[in-house]
Design a binder for this molecule. Structure first.
Ligand code: AMP
Ligand code: GLY
Length: 424
C-alpha cells in the first residue's frame, strides 16, 4: 500500500516511523515532512491545506490511502473534499469529516455535543457580543478562577484563565471584540476544574474504536509547569494515575458515548479522537476534544503501541477495525522535547544540529528540522523529541535525557522535569 501522510511535526515522524514497520506499506510519502521523515519516505513540498495540491500528489503517485496528522486540513474539510471528488472518492482518508472535526474546530459545538450525550465536562455557557451582559452575569455566578475559551481554532492560544472577576469581564469583552479574530466571535465561559490532566486517544472506523496507550504531556515552557504554553515540552506513557478502574470510567462515560453520539447524529468519523481529560478526585471529565493525535504525546504513544498501524488504518478504511489487533506494551515511554531558545516567543531557525548520530537506545523524532545538504538544521520552535522505551518510566526518562545531552545546536533548551510529577 502507498500512503501519503500530511504534516511536518514530531507527531508525523512518529506516525511515519510506526507505519514503516508494517509489511503492508510499500511506499510512504510525507507532505511536507521534515528531515526525520525524509529517512522513512519521500517528502513532497506540499501544504496540507492546499487540497488541490494534495490531490495532485495522490493521483501522480497512485496513492492508496491518506493519513492526516494536523487538525487544520480536517477542520477545513479535507475529508469531504475527497468524498466529493470523483477521482478521490475511493481513496480512503484517515480523519474525520468536516462536521466531525468541529469537535476541535468549535468549542461551542463540542460543549453542545457533550451536553446532548451526557458526557462529563465543566459547566458552561456560550456568548456573543449581543449577549455580553449575560456573559458578565454568568461570570458573576461562578467562583474564580474564570475560564474563557475562543470558540474557533486559535493556534493553542485561545484559552484564558483569569483570577479576578474584573479581569475576566475585560478579557471577555476583548475576545468578543475580536482578540482572536473570527475565532473569538463566540466565547465559551466555563467552570474551572481542579485536577490532573491526561490525554486519551482512540482510533475509530465510525462504528467501533480502539483505545491507544494514554499519555501525559507537559505544556508549559518552564520547569514546575510555569511560564507560557507551548505545543508541548515532553510526554510520558503510561500515566500512573490512569488505573484500569479509571480507564474503564473513561471508556464507558466518555469514549463510548462520544462514538455513539457521533453515530446517532450521522457524523462520519473515521480517524483519531483525542480526549483531553482531567481527573477530578478520580472522576474523568473532558477538557477538550481534538480530532488528531497529540504532539508530543504521539512520540510516546507510538512506542507503546503494540499493533500494525497500517493494519489499523486499513481497518478504519474498510470499517472492520474491531477485527484488528491493538495491544499496549507493558513498557514505559518518555519523550523529551528540545526546543529553540526563545520559543514559544520568537526564535531563530537554521542552526546546525549535531550529535544525532550519537543518539543510542532512543529515537530522535524530528519536530522542527530541515535538511541542508547532508546536514540537519533547526526549522521550528520544537526541534527534536527524544523518545525512549524501557521497563520503567525512570529508565525511559534516563535514556531520553542521555540522548538529549548528545544533541547540540545553538540555543538548545529543554525541561529537566518531564515525568517527575508522576513518579512515586
Ligand atoms: P484547551 O485548549 O481547551 O485544552 O485548554 C488549554 C488548557 O487550559 C488545558 O489543557 C487546561 O490546562 C486548561 N483548562 C481548560 N479548560 C479548563 C477548565 N475548565 N478548568 C481548568 N483548566 C482548564
Ligand atoms: N500536546 C497537546 C496537543 O497536541 O494538543
Amino acid at each position: 500500500m502507498k500512503i501519503l501522510l500530511l504534516g511536518s511535526g514530531g507527531r508525523e515522524h512518529a506516525l511515519a516511523w510506526k507505519m514503516k514497520q508494517s509489511k503492508a506499506l510499500s511506499q510512504l510519502f510525507i507532505a511536507p515532512g521534515n528531515a526525520g521523515t525524509a529517512s522513512l519516505g519521500v517528502n513532497v513540498p506540499v501544504d496540507p491545506n492546499d487540497f488541490a495540491a494534495v490531490k495532485a500528489v495522490v493521483l501522480k503517485n497512485a496513492v492508496d490511502m491518506v493519513v492526516v496528522g494536523p487538525e487544520e486540513p480536517l477542520v477545513r474539510g479535507i475529508f469531504d473534499y475527497f468524498a466529493n471528488d470523483d477521482a478521490l472518492k475511493n481513496i480512503p482518508l484517515v480523519g474525520p469529516s468536516k462536521k466531525g472535526a468541529m469537535l476541535e474546530g468549535s468549542k461551542d459545538f463540542a460543549k453542545q455535543f457533550m451536553a446532548k450525550h451526557s458526557i462529563p465536562t465543566a459547566r458552561y455557557k456560550s456568548f456573543t457580543r449581543d449577549s455580553i451582559a449575560n456573559g458578565f452575569a454568568f461570570l458573576e455566578s461562578l467562583a474564580p478562577p474564570y475560564v474563557l475559551k475562543a470558540d474557533g481554532l486559535a493556534a493553542g492560544k485561545g484559552v484564558l484563565i483569569l483570577d479576578s472577576l474584573s479581569e475576566a469581564k475585560t478579557q471577555l469583552e476583548e475576545m468578543l471584540n475580536g482578540m482572536f479574530g473570527e475565532s473569538s466571535r463566540t466565547v465559551v465561559v466555563e467552570e474551572f476544574l481542579s485536577g490532573v490532566e491526561l490525554s486519551v486517544f482512540a482510533l475509530s472506523d465510525g462504528k467501533s474504536y480502539k483505545i491507544l496507550p494514554e499519555a501525559k504531556d507537559y505544556k508549559r515552557i518552564g520547569e514546575g509547569d510555569t511560564g507560557l504554553n507551548t505545543g508541548g515540552m515532553g510526554s510520558v506513557s503510561p500515566v500512573p494515575f490512569a488505573t484500569p478502574e479509571f480507564m474503564e470510567k473513561v471508556r464507558t462515560r466518555i469514549v463510548e458515548p462520544t462514538i455513539r453520539g457521533l453515530q446517532a447524529e450521522g457524523i462520519i468519523y473515521k480517524g483519531f479522537i483525542f480526549f483531553g481529560l482531567i481527573s477530578v478526585g478520580g472522576e474523568p471529565l473532558v477538557i477538550e476534544y481534538n480530532v488528531r493525535m497529540g504532539d508530543p504525546e504521539t512520540e510516546s504513544v507510538m512506542l507503546r503501541l503494540d499493533a500494525d498501524l497500517v493494519d489499523l488504518f486499513d481497518g478504519v478504511a474498510k470499517g472492520n477495525l474491531s477485527e484488528r489487533s491493538c495491544r499496549h506494551s507493558p513498557q514505559a515511554a518518555a519523550s523529551v522535547v528540545c526546543v529553540s531558545g526563545g520559543y514559544p516567543g520568537s526564535y531563530k531557525k537554521g542552526a546546525a544540529v549535531s550529535g544525532l548520530e550519537d543518539v543510542r537506545e532512543c529515537i530522535a523524532f524530528h519536530a522542527g528540522t530541515r535538511a541542508n545538504g547532508e546536514k540537519v538544521e533547526t526549522a521550528g520552535g520544537r526541534v527534536l523529541a527524544l523518545s525512549s522505551l524501557a521497563d520503567s518510566l525512570p529508565q525511559a526518562l534516563e535514556k531520553s535525557y542521555a540522548a538529549a545531552a548528545k544533541v547540540e545546536y545553538d540555543g538548545k533548551y529543554l525541561r529537566r522535569d518531564i515525568g517527575k510529577d508522576v513518579l512515586p
